[in-house]
Ligand binder design. Structure first.
Ligand code: ADP
Length: 159
């Protein structure tokens, strides 16, 4: 059984994230989508809201489990017995950040492999940060997020 961890802030989950997860299922038997509890960021959605959205979206996919973790991802992956981390890459700046992260993780846990998946062109510009601004200022983000995610964000950001 090949299992990978798909970690991220997912604040909010975007169609770019969903696409990486769906394509990840073609390579791995099971995926653990791991929502990061990152105290350094100021999230719009709570961890519970992000997990509920991801669980709803993937309700029909028994091979996906949605969890959350605090602290180091490699520690959590080790606890869960997972040896692969799946990350998406959009741009050169993603690559720089992700390669540093992967090397740091490798230095700490050489038995864990990071697998990178290139974004599909139509999601290359999609980021959680941009989506929050689009919704906040009344724009249309329908192409970038699931309708459930859009509804949740509108409730929070357009008061
Ligand atoms: P983090 O805070 O860990 O960067 P994100 O939720 O922003 O978490 O991203 C999680 C993962 O998804 C990262 O590997 C990121 O590069 C990737 N990702 C984000 N947006 C996209 C996208 N549009 N296409 C492909 N991968 C993406």
């Amino acid at each position: 059984m090949h299992v990978a961890m798909c970690p991220g802030s997912f604040d909010p989950p975007t169609n770019g994230h969903l696409n990486i997860i769906e394509r990840g299922l073609k390579i791995f038997d099971r995926l653990i989508v791991a929502v990061a509890v990152n105290s350094a960021k100021h999230p719009v959605l709570t961890v519970a809201e992000r997990m509920d959205l991801l669980r709803e979206i993937f309700a029909q996919e028994p091979r996906i489990e949605v969890e959350h973790f605090e602290g180091l991802l490699v520690t959590y992956a080790t606890q869960r017995g997972v040896r692969a981390i799946l990350r998406g890459i959009r741009t050169m700046s993603d690559y720089e950040f992700e390669s540093q992260l992967a090397l740091a993780n490798k230095a700490m846990h050489p038995e864990i492999e990071t697998v990178f998946m290139m974004t599909e062109g139509r999601y290359a510009h999609v980021s959680s940060t941009i989506i929050k601004d689009v919704i906040r200022y009344g724009g249309n983000a329908a192409e970038m997020i699931h309708p459930r995610v859009e509804a949740a964000l509108q409730k929070k950001l357009r008061r």
